[in-house]
Design a protein around this ligand. Structure first.
Ligand SMILES: [Zn+2]
Length: 366
């Protein structure tokens, strides 16, 4: 049972005041992806704080976390702010850079403790979210891919001190992209309450996130061909924020363990992998006769699979099933930290039975 929770200090309600807040910072390290460079937001950033920025584009600098990665930073430059702009990837890489700037010795090695609290704390860390859903902006975990495996770094200092969501950029995200990301937030809510760390706090968040996410998903599906309304965008951000907090404090369970396997082996992004993993979890829980919150979302998930996805997308997802090696699937899942956090014992033989039925039918939804 958790009894200490970590929160961000400042949440801004608009991008302009968020950026203006940093105008007196002397040297800013800005972590972003290719998407930023072509956006309207980029102009606003240059207008508000351009003279102090060193840009680091994660789309152009894909490399593993090792000495070479850290050496990309010029150690002589004294940054006073690390600012991540984007979704989970930009924010999680920002956390690693932030840790490195705070602590020279924070280098990736198998022996490095992953749960670290940094003593020196005179540099700020901020996140401006343009792809909400992962909840990385409120999470003290940084999940980085290393050699096709997920490496988890945990520190309370990873929760950004300053957070804002760029509503304008988010309103232009595609419905499909946003649907998967809202499902991810919803699963953060559900799974935070299924772990050995679950608490009264996660229970409260869990119930509310499920209700809100279902409402948001229905609204996006109803208006799938139009731009996202700002009122819905704000709700999407709220579920990302609270879903991230719930996951950060209480962890995740089976769906995330399964999704990590899919992500690493089939090059799907996190939220799409989560979507597919929900069907395995649903089948498993039916087999076990568990009563789970996920059942409340089953109808909606099935609708998205059968009626929202295009034929070619469904075929693409279903093709992945053939490529799943049952032995590797079970082995990887058993080693995943989210599997280890699961409160209810997972019957691995029943999970094997469920996955082989999915493989026989060659359809996620059985
Ligand atoms: Zn997730």
């Amino acid at each position: 049972m958790k009894n200490i929770h970590t929160f961000p200090n400042f949440l801004f309600d608009n991008t302009s005041s968020f950026l203006s807040f940093f105008k007196n910072h002397k040297k800013i390290l800005l972590i972003h992806s290719n998407n930023l460079v072509t956006s309207k937001l980029f102009e606003l950033i240059k207008d508000k704080i351009s003279k102090n920025i060193k840009f680091y584009n994660i789309s152009k600098n894909k490399m593993s976390i090792n000495k070479g990665f850290y050496n990309k930073l010029n150690n002589k430059v004294k940054f006073d702010l690390v600012l991540s702009i984007g979704g989970g990837s930009a924010i999680d890489i920002g956390k690693i850079f932030y840790a490195k700037i705070l602590n020279e010795n924070f280098l990736y090695s198998k022996k490095t403790r992953t749960n670290t609290l940094f003593k020196k704390n005179d540099i700020d860390f901020a996140a401006l979210v343009t792809l909400p859903g992962s909840g990385a902006e409120t999470s003290k975990t940084s999940i980085i891919n290393i050699n096709k495996k997920k490496k988890f770094f945990i520190s309370r200092n990873f929760v950004p001190k300053y957070i804002a969501y760029d509503f304008d950029t988010i309103s232009n995200n595609s419905s499909e992209q946003q649907i998967f990301r809202v499902i991810d937030s919803m699963i953060h809510g559900i799974e935070s309450n299924e772990t050995i760390l679950s608490s009264t706090f996660s229970n409260y968040l869990s119930q509310n996130i499920v209700i809100k996410s279902k409402k948001i998903l229905k609204e996006i599906l109803k208006n799938k061909n139009s731009k996202l309304k700002i009122s819905i965008v704000k709700e999407i951000c709220a579920t990302s924020f609270y879903g991230g907090l719930a996951q950060s404090e209480c962890g995740s369970s089976l769906c995330h363990a399964i999704a990590h396997y899919i992500e690493n082996n089939f090059k799907l992004n996190h939220s799409e992998s989560i979507f597919l993993a929900t069907f395995i979890k649903l089948s498993y829980e039916k087999k076990m006769k568990h009563k789970s919150q996920l059942f409340k979302c089953e109808k909606l998930l099935k609708y998205i699979y059968f009626d929202f996805l295009k034929d070619e997308e469904r075929t693409h997802y279903d093709r992945i099933i053939n490529k799943i090696s049952l032995t590797k699937f079970l082995k990887t899942i058993k080693e995943d930290p989210c599997f280890k956090l699961t409160k209810k014992h997972v019957d691995i033989n029943k999970l094997k039975y469920v996955m082989s039925s999915i493989k026989k039918k060659r359809r996620w939804n059985i």
